[in-house]
Design a protein around this ligand. Sequence first.
Ligand SMILES: [Zn+2]
Length: 318
Amino acid sequence: MGYSKIAFIREQPLLSNLYENLCKKDRMAHAYLLFGERYSPLLESALYIAKSLECQEGTFACNKCEACKRFDEGNHPDFILIDGTKGLIKKSDIDDLSKFFSLSALEKNRKGVYILNGIENITQEASNALLKFLEEPKGNIVALLTTSNRAKVMTTIKSRCEEIHIMSPNLFEIVRNYTGNEPLEEYYIASNFAYDEKAKEELMESKDFKSSYELAYGYAQELGENPSSAGYFLISGSENIKGNKCYNYFYIILSIIFTEVIIDDEKSPLYDLTARLKDKRAQIAKALILLGEYISKMQANMNFTFALARLIKIMEEK
Ligand SMILES: [Zn+2]
């Protein structure tokens, strides 16, 4: 049956918060890319969101209504799952998808949802077909793509999606075995972007990632140690990072750190940092919603300095 509402909200605070807001504002986008570490519950999260979209009772799937039951039985008429972790996603899969939604002829008040699990395992031909499918406005259809190797996902696909980070409850233990040269905290954050060791190394060596990490981590550190000058630290440090790629890294890294403040788990490699931010939890909860909007590009083309100024304002609220 997968997640219950309570478990989902507890384990995925960032995602559930963002999802609830998108529903309330009626601003669901057409395509989301859920990414996270290899062991994070990517498919489970995507399934719960898909079921929630189809549930007849509330914002979050109730697991009791007719729609939820049919979904769990694997025979909901408006939902389809293609699993790239069990074999390459081929062009014929995308053709089936396209046929499925043209046949099901969605009525006005019905929503179509599909999941492409492990989207990095897609052939070039299939990805071209998918891009075409994503571009054609099909009314009420939501795509949920997942990957545990964000670096491997084609840029053209990423550019069509709004990205959401999925928390991994087991990641704390997994990263404990790290013996490399970089700080454990940085390795832990990098592990949220890529699962194999080589990809993590490459990420930590890239200037874009490193400078974005230093700014986000440094800002969180300042918030704990010198809150009155944290805003200044952020604005002056922001000159060191440039370009949308870096801005997105920054937003995602900061939301990973902030989410852990809310989760408050002593096992986290970030606990030394996040424990100092406990008294700012109310502000951080608000900041997470704003960061979610930035990451999912709900605030398109926003100037980076202005985006930071809004963030600083929230964090300085009493
Ligand atoms: Zn339901």
